[in-house]
Write a protein of this length. Structure first.
Length: 408
């Protein structure tokens, strides 16, 4: 049970009928037949891990689905320090869930959570963990969740772009149990990038190359910093704004070192390799570290432990970035940080490039826009293009919630 005050508990929805194998049957004798069918079939119990920017927004979006139509029951929240779990009293729309979690005396215990969730898996009753952290430790738990039939939905790139052993364990566990691993929001946030790629590959199209701007942070930084003019705002000031807008990783160095893009390229490469009908020329990446990546971080700033300290030291290197901007401008070009998965050529790489001021990367991007171009056999000379905001809480949470709906 939740260890919270009576006052807090009063905002949790109380079922009138509850059946241990089917969960809610209804919350009022006035429920209509259609409402009852929504709440008795295809129920999906959801446990959210990580209640930061994306996690909080996801919870709000989840709780905003009309009660009559939602298939979801939000039964557990876990932050880095506390946890709550109560399958019999799911968190209700309008509940002060932050206070509930803050009032809990329970520390996170993932072994117990796995057992509690596994006990709920049943026909017509699915269970999903949503990992909204950027934690390697939480990512390492995915095989254990999946083995027990618990689906995993996540914007966290760590598992699918990390060590190949973990990646393979995820695939195997999902295959064995039928539980799903869904990670749309790991690339392009809410943009339909992974789903588009999976459909291209599953329907037998041959992906020749994927190229684009994959980082909302890098997009924002260079859209603002490098417009074709020789001068403009200081690099460090724009990085600070990108952080304030919620585009950066918890540590902004994870964006500026190119690793965030390298992780996304690894996820795309592995999605192609695992779905293709025939072998491709893509390298079998041991991890995102195998991607050829050109970091933007000056060596003096490498390994700085906190994001705050990193940001405070970045102005020391503003002159360096201003020079890069001026050099590009002298050639009538802009700077953009791009990624390429060259399937035909077997190359996966990320780095800062110069583009003519008339190129779509210079003219059509704004804010945190991502642009992803799929060059495939069927799309011939004119690529399939996905473009739009590629970072930020609202669009990322939407990508996560969209994946949850795929479980219905
Ligand atoms: N922001 C964006 O635009 C996008 C983000 N993503 C991904 O979404 C994920 C979340 O990003 P964002 O919300 O911006 O980051 P935040 O830093 O705002 O949130 C991460 C949360 O995870 C919590 N956390 C860390 N470790 C654990 C743990 N072991 N158990 C439970 N909770 C933990 C942190 O708690 P505490 O603060 O206490 O450490 C923090 O609240 C990341 O993986 C990111 O890459 C993907 C696409 C876009
Ligand atoms: N920090 C990332 C967030 C989304 O993946 C980015 O800037 O793209
Ligand atoms: Na996406």
């Amino acid at each position: 049970m939740l260890s919270v005050s009576r006052h807090s508990l009063s905002i949790i929805r109380k079922p009138i009928l509850c059946n241990s194998s089917q969960g809610y049957i209804g919350r009022s004798h006035l429920l209509s037949i259609s409402t009852m069918s929504a709440s008795t079939s295809n129920k999906i119990y959801v446990a959210v891990i990580g209640v930061g920017l994306v996690g909080s927004e996801l919870i709000e979006q989840l709780l905003s689905i009309p009660r009559q139509t939602t298939p979801f029951e939000l039964i557990s929240l876990t932050s880095s320090t506390r946890t709550i779990f109560d399958a019999a009293n799911p968190i209700a729309p309008g509940a002060a869930w932050k206070s509930l979690l803050a009032a809990s005396a329970q520390k996170p215990d993932y072994k117990t959570l796995t057992e509690q969730l596994a006990a709920l898996v049943a026909p017509n009753q699915k269970v999903a963990v949503v990992d909204n952290t950027s934690s390697d430790d939480v990512a390492a738990l995915y095989p254990a969740f999946l083995e027990k039939g618990i689906s995993v939905v996540t914007p966290n790139k760590k598992a699918y772009s990390g060590d190949v052993g973990l990646y393979e364990r995820i695939l195997n566990a999902s295959k064995a149990s039928g539980a799903r691993f869904l990670n749309e929001a790991t690339v392009g946030a809410g943009l339909p990038v992974i789903s588009t790629l999976k459909e291209l590959v599953a329907t037998g199209d041959k992906v020749v190359k994927i190229e684009g701007v994959f980082s909302g942070t890098m997009s924002y930084i260079f859209n603002e910093f490098s417009t074709g003019k020789p001068d403009g705002p200081a690099f460090s000031s724009i990085v600070s704004i990108a952080r304030e807008k919620g585009y950066t990783e918890p540590h902004p160095a994870d964006d500026l070192n190119g690793f965030d893009v390298a992780r996304k390229l690894t996820i795309l490469s592995r999605t192609i390799s695992s779905g293709s009908r025939t072998q491709t020329a893509l390298p079998a990446l041991q991890s995102f570290a195998s991607v050829q990546t050109a970091s933007l971080i000056p060596s003096a700033l490498e390994g700085i432990p906190t994001g705050d300290e990193f940001i405070s030291r970045l102005p020391e290197f503003d002159a360096h970035f201003s020079q890069l901007r001026a050099d590009a401008s002298a050639e009538d070009k802009v700077l953009r940080f791009v990624g390429v998965v060259d399937v035909a050529g077997g190359i996966v790489k990320a780095g800062l490039e110069k583009y003519s001021t008339t190129h779509p990367f210079a003219t059509s991007l704004g804010g945190s826009d991502n642009i992803i171009m799929f060059h495939t056999e069927r799309y011939g000379a004119r690529p399939l293009i996905v473009q739009g905001a590629g970072a930020g809480a609202a669009v990322t949470a939407m990508g996560v919630l969209g994946d949850l709906f795929k479980l219905v």
